[in-house]
Design a binder for this molecule. Structure first.
Ligand SMILES: Cc1cc2nc3c(=O)[nH]c(=O)nc-3n(C[C@H](O)[C@H](O)[C@H](O)COP(=O)(O)O)c2cc1C
Length: 190
C-alpha cells in the first residue's frame, strides 16, 4: 500500500555509521528522474556525497530540527547527502514557486526510494549554502538550493495526533521523535 510507505517515510535526523553506497544514491535519483517537473523542463541537477570525510566536514554547516534545542552528534551524523542543484543560468528564469515544487517532488521520490532501500533522511533548508557547496565541491556554475541528509536511521519517528493545535514536533532523550499530524477532518475543508 502506498499509504503504508508514505507513513513509514518519516524525516530521520540520527543515523548509524553504515555507509550509503553510490549505487543506492543513484537508485534514489531514478525516483527524481521519473518525477513530474514544470513543463517537463527537468532543470534540477543532483550532486551525490557519500565520502565519509566529506560528510563529516559538511556536517558542521547543517542545522537539524530547528524547532528543538537539539542537533545530532557527529557520531550520529548523516552518511550521505544529495544536494538539489540548479545551474546559475537556469536560476535566472526559474519561477521560484515552480522550482520549489519541482524540488519537493524530487525530494519525496528520493526519500521514498531511500526508505525502500533501508535508508532514511531529512530535507534540509537550514544550512550554510555557500560553505556547504564549497566543502562538497559543487561544480562551478551550479548551486544547491536544498540538501537531503541520508543514512541508516538510528532514531524512531512516530506520527501522533495534534493536541491543542500544536504541530511542533518533539523528541525524548532516547532518540524517539514524535510528529503531530492534523486529522483528515481538520484538513478537508468540505
Ligand atoms: C522544504 C522543507 C525544508 C525542511 N528543512 C528542514 C531543516 O532545515 N532541518 C530539519 O531538521 N528538517 C527540515 N525539514 C523537515 C521537516 O521538519 C519535517 O518534514 C517535519 O518536521 C515533518 O516531519 P515528517 O517529514 O516526518 O512528516 C524540512 C522539510 C521541508 C519540506
Amino acid at each position: 500500500m502506498i499509504l503504508e510507505q508514505l507513513t513509514r517515510n518519516r524525516t530521520h535526523r540520527s543515523f548509524t555509521k553504515k555507509e550509503v553506497p553510490t549505487d543506492a544514491l543513484r537508485k534514489m535519483i531514478e525516483g527524481a528522474r521519473v518525477g513530474a517537473t514544470t513543463g517537463n523542463t527537468q532543470k534540477l541537477r543532483f550532486f551525490l556525497v557519500n565520502d565519509p570525510a566529506t560528510c563529516d566536514a559538511a556536517f558542521g554547516q547543517v542545522r537539524f530540527a530547528g524547532l528543538l534545542p537539539w542537533n545530532p552528534t557527529p557520531e550520529e551524523s548523516p552518511r550521505a547527502y544529495i544536494a538539489l542543484c540548479v545551474s546559475n543560468e537556469n536560476l535566472a528564469d526559474y519561477n521560484p514557486g515552480f522550482m520549489g515544487f519541482d524540488m519537493g517532488i524530487a525530494a519525496q521520490n528520493i526519500l521514498l526510494i531511500a526508505n525502500e532501500l533501508g535508508f532514511a533522511g531529512c530535507i534540509v533548508a537550514s544550512y550554510n549554502k555557500a560553505e556547504f557547496d564549497k566543502i562538497v565541491k559543487i561544480p562551478t556554475g551550479y548551486q544547491s538550493a536544498y540538501i537531503i541528509a541520508l543514512g541508516e536511521p538510528a532514531d524512531t519517528v512516530t506520527i501522533v495526533d495534534v493536541k491543542d493545535g500544536d504541530t511542533k514536533y518533539y523528541r525524548d532523550d532516547k532518540n524517539n521523535h514524535f510528529v503531530p499530524k492534523l486529522s483528515l477532518d481538520q484538513l478537508i475543508l468540505k
